[in-house]
Design a protein around this ligand. Structure first.
Ligand code: GAL
Length: 393
């Protein structure tokens, strides 16, 4: 009996801390679009509406993209009661009307705020207004909140994000909670029950491996910082290596294919960051490759781990449902490389030695062999070979 009462109390406590309707959020990594990478502060309601229209028309919605998120700069001040006010010049119809529009397209709507006094672009942050802002967002129909970490002073990160999480719970509308403290206090160690995703690094830049003077870095350098974090990701709580740069013009199609492939291997949130109203066919094909996206959205939710590191050449492995595997062979160097793959070793090391698989090239959309024979190929510079191992019954 005592045991029963104890379990009952535990159950009540758990439900109080983690309301039922928030439980189903982000079971697979969230997919959508965010205004920051391409537009910065140059945003307005027409742009957001056009982006929503484009997402429906260009096949992205059909491929799984869902959230339209407005990043920094939508907010301008607080009124006398402390309510947050949207910039009336850029958002004359108000945020609620915009959220309604996005919802009318069958999509979801997201906003940005900051745990400190100011956002990174010096707009009002939510510090001291957490519960009030959460109620406002819920009343507007917000489905996703990205919560930044500028001007946090001496605030404790875990306590600050917990406070906003509790405010969102109290407001009662299920809102995906995206923690953006750039990995500085290792959120993977404390954020599992606080947010649905947490940034692991500084800001991504639209380049292969550049380092910006204020701290932004290219995607392969971000990739380096994901290795070892795979143990912390899973349904409902994801490592976030930042939004996509695919289509922003700083890299070749081949390089964008590699970037997109690795984000899918990492079970990363797939937030497109380009102008999806005007995309080349090749960029559209990258962002809407359903076979590649299905790695990201695999229900097991296992982030890839680095299987082999040979300097410029890396092998990453991702476990998928039904004992399938995804394998990425990434050439980070400036010269082509010839690779020889002995599947026996890989299958033994991954514990799948009893199975036989077909090799599906997910960019060529072709079966290119099976795991019974040794596989040889060439990978050109800054390119990737992305395979799904499909079980032969
Ligand atoms: C940064 C954040 C970016 C973007 C920017 C807006 O802190 O990492 O993704 O949100 O602020 O000012």
């Amino acid at each position: 009996m005592r045991k029963f009462i104890f379990i009952f109390i535990l159950f009540i406590g758990f439900n109080f801390l983690f309301p039922q309707k928030f439980k189903d959020l982000a079971k697979t990594p969230p997919m959508g679009w965010n205004s920051w990478n391409k537009f910065g502060c140059n945003i307005n309601e027409n742009l957001i509406k056009e982006i929503a229209d484009a997402m429906v028309k260009n096949g992205m919605k059909d491929a799984g993209y869902e959230y339209i998120v407005i990043d920094d700069c939508w907010q301008i001040a607080r009124d006398k009661q402390g309510n947050i006010i949207a910039d009336p010049k850029r958002f004359p119809s108000g945020i609620k009307a915009l959220a309604d529009y996005v919802h009318s397209k069958g999509l979801k709507f997201g906003l940005y705020s900051d745990a400190g006094t100011y956002t990174c672009q010096k707009r009002p942050g939510s510090r001291g207004y957490e519960y009030q802002d959460a109620r406002t967002y819920a009343s507007w129909g917000v489905d996703y909140l990205k919560y930044d970490w500028c001007s946090h002073g001496k605030q404790n990160s875990e306590a600050s994000y917990k406070l906003m999480r509790d405010a969102l719970y109290a407001a009662g509308r299920p809102i995906v909670f995206s923690i953006c403290e750039w990995g500085t206090t290792k959120p993977w160690l404390w954020a599992r029950d606080i947010g649905n995703l947490w940034r692991t690094t500084e800001d991504i830049q639209d380049c292969w491996d550049c380092i910006n003077d204020w701290g932004g870095i290219g995607w392969t350098l971000i990739l380096d910082k994901q290795s070892g974090l795979e143990q912390y990701a899973g349904p409902g709580h994801w490592n976030d290596p930042d939004m996509l740069e695919v289509g922003n013009g700083g890299m070749s199609d081949k390089e964008y294919r590699a970037h997109f492939s690795m984000w899918c291997m990492l079970s990363a949130p797939l937030m497109a960051g380009n102008d999806i109203r005007n995309m080349s066919e090749s960029i559209k094909k990258i962002l809407t490759n359903k076979e590649v996206i299905s790695l990201d959205q695999d229900p097991l939710g296992k982030q890839a781990y680095k299987y082999g590191d040979f300097g410029d050449y890396e092998i990453w492995v991702k476990f998928l449902k039904d004992d399938e595997l995804a394998i990425a062979f990434l050439n980070r160097g400036n010269r082509p490389i010839n690779i020889i793959v002995n599947w026996k070793n890989i299958l033994k090391k991954t514990g799948l030695r009893k199975n036989v698989y077909k090799l599906k090239d997910l960019w060529k959309h072709k079966i290119i062999g099976n795991t019974k024979s040794i596989f040889k190929t060439k990978i050109t510079s800054h390119d990737i070979l992305l395979l799904r191992l499909k079980k032969i019954p």
